[in-house]
Write a protein that binds this ligand. Structure first.
Ligand SMILES: [Ca+2]
Length: 420
C-alpha cells in the first residue's frame, strides 16, 4: 500500500511545480518545540563520539527543518563541532542598511564595480571614510563585506588572535611592558627574534587551534548550550522589528537604564558581553573607540550578561593565565560582583546595565555570549550582529551605525524642508 501512495504524492508535488501553481506557503512560525535531549540521555553520556552521532541522528528526526538555531547548534555539537564559528548557529549579521541600500540611496547601480564616489555619497567626509574601508576613494561592496571570504576580515581575525596572545593582561590593551616581556621570552639571550620564533610562540599547538586544555568536550558544550553559556537558546528580534524594551540597573544600583527612554532622537547601540569571554574582552576597546567617535550622535549601552566561560563550565586556561576566574553567578548580587571584576580589569567607559539573573535582556536579544545591535530612532532594529564571539565585529557595527546616522540626518533635513 505504501509505495503507490508515495508515488502519488511525488507526482502531485511535481505537477504543482510544473503547473506553475502558487508556491507552497512559507512555514508557519509555530512556537519552537522546546529543545531537549532524548529520554534517558544526559550530557555526561555523550563523551563517546559514536553515541553522540547516534543521538544526533535521533535529534535530526525529532527536529526536522526548518530548525531553530539552538537545534542546529546541538546537532552540530553532537557531530563534533568545536564551536569554531563555521557551523551550527553561527551566521552573518543582519542589516537593513547594507550595500544594496547604500547604492540605491546614492543612485549608483549596485553592480557597478566603480562603487560610490565622494560626490555621490550623501553624508559627511568622515562617514565616507568609515565606509571606504580600504581607503581607495570609493565605497564598494567589498568595503562592506564582513563575511569570512573577505581578505580584510581574514586578516583582521588573525591579527585579533595574535593581539590576544600578546595581551598577557587580557584587558584588550597591549602595553610596552607586555611587548618587552614577549620580546625577552622570544629573543632569550639574543638581541632579536625571528619569524620562526614568532610563529612557534603565537600559533597554538593544541587540537583545533585551542591552547592546551581549552578544547571543549561534547558534554561540556551540550551543558553550555542548555545553560545559555555558549550562547542564548533564543534568537532575538529580527531586523526591522521593534527592539524589545528592558529596564536594568547600573552596577552600583544607583540608576536604571530603560531602553525605551533612550530611543528617540539618536540611534542606540547595544553591546552585550561578559567578563569571561576572551574575544569580547579583546575587542571591547574597539567598541569604545567607535563610541568615542560617535558619542555626540548615538547612545551606547553595554548590557552585562551571563558568563561564557565560568570556572564551573567551559573553563579556559587562557582566562586562568590572565587571572580571569569566576563561577557562574546564581544570584543577581553575584553577577554584580563578577561585573565589578570586569570593571576593574577593563575600566569600561560605556554606560553599564547588569542583566537580571534570569537573563531577561540577554534572552530577549539573544545577547549571550556577546552581540551588537544598532537600534534606529524609531526603535526598530537596524543592525543585528552575528552571534558572538565570531559575529562580534565592532567595525561592521560602526558601518551600520554610520549608515543609520546618514539616514537619520537625511530624514531630519527632509522634515525641516517640509516645514518651510
Ligand atoms: Ca574602498
Amino acid at each position: 500500500m505504501r509505495t503507490p501512495l508515495l508515488v502519488a504524492a511525488f507526482t502531485l508535488t511535481l505537477a504543482a511545480q510544473v503547473g506553475g501553481q502558487p508556491p507552497p506557503k512559507p512555514p508557519v512560525a509555530d512556537p519552537p518545540k522546546p529543545l531537549k535531549l532524548p529520554d534517558g540521555i544526559t550530557p555526561d553520556k555523550l563523551t563517546d563520539k559514536k553515541e553522540a552521532a547516534r543521538v544526533a541522528d535521533l535529534m535530526e528526526k525529532e527536529y526536522p527543518e526548518p530548525r531553530s538555531e539552538a537545534a542546529k547548534m546541538l546537532i552540530a555539537i553532537l557531530r563534533g563541532s568545536q564551536l569554531d564559528g563555521s557551523d551550527g548557529w553561527f551566521g552573518p549579521a543582519e542589516s537593513r542598511v547594507n550595500w544594496a541600500w547604500l547604492a540605491e540611496r546614492s543612485k549608483v547601480d549596485p553592480k557597478d564595480k566603480k562603487g560610490i564616489g565622494k560626490e555621490q555619497f550623501r553624508g559627511t567626509a568622515e562617514q565616507f571614510g568609515h565606509l571606504d574601508r580600504n581607503g581607495d576613494g570609493a565605497i564598494t561592496e567589498a568595503d562592506l563585506d564582513w563575511s569570512s571570504k573577505s581578505s580584510y576580515v581574514m586578516q583582521s581575525g588573525m591579527l585579533n588572535q595574535l593581539f590576544r596572545r600578546m595581551d598577557q593582561g587580557g584587558d584588550g590593551r597591549l602595553t610596552r611592558e607586555e611587548l618587552d616581556t614577549l620580546f625577552k621570552r622570544l629573543a632569550k639571550d639574543r638581541d632579536h627574534f625571528t619569524a620562526d620564533d614568532f610563529r612557534r610562540a603565537m600559533i597554538p599547538r593544541g587540537p583545533m587551534g585551542f591552547s592546551p586544555g581549552d578544547a571543549p568536550t561534547i558534554p561540556m558544550l551540550v551543558k553550555g548550550l542548555f545553560g545559555n553559556e555558549i550562547g542564548s537558546m533564543t534568537e532575538g528580534p529580527k531586523v526591522g522589528e521593534q527592539a524589545p524594551d528592558f529596564t536594568l540597573n547600573t552596577p552600583d544600583g544607583q540608576n536604571t537604564v530603560q531602553l525605551s527612554k533612550l530611543v528617540g532622537s539618536k540611534p542606540v547601540v547595544l553591546v552585550f558581553g561578559n567578563f569571561t569571554c576572551g574575544p569580547f574582552r579583546g575587542l571591547y576597546p574597539d567598541v569604545e573607540a567607535v563610541a568615542r567617535r560617535h558619542k555626540e550622535s548615538a547612545t551606547f549601552v553595554m548590557v552585562y550578561v551571563r558568563e561564557a566561560h565560568p570556572t564551573d563550565g567551559w573553563k579556559m586556561q587562557q582566562n586562568t593565565r590572565v587571572g580571569v576566574e569566576a563561577k557562574q553567578p546564581t544570584t543577581y548580587d553575584e553577577r554584580v560582583e563578577v561585573c565589578e571584576q570586569f570593571r576593574k580589569l577593563i575600566r569600561p567607559e560605556l554606560t553599564l546595565a547588569v542583566d537580571g539573573i534570569t537573563d531577561p535582556a540577554g534572552t530577549a536579544y539573544s545577547g549571550m555570549p556577546a552581540r551588537l545591535y544598532v537600534i534606529d530612532p524609531a526603535g526598530k532594529v537596524a543592525y543585528k550582529s552575528g552571534r558572538g564571539p565570531f559575529g562580534f565585529k565592532p567595525g561592521e557595527m560602526e558601518q551600520a551605525l554610520v549608515m543609520t546616522l546618514s539616514e537619520t540626518a537625511a530624514e531630519k533635513e527632509k522634515a525641516t524642508a517640509e516645514k518651510k
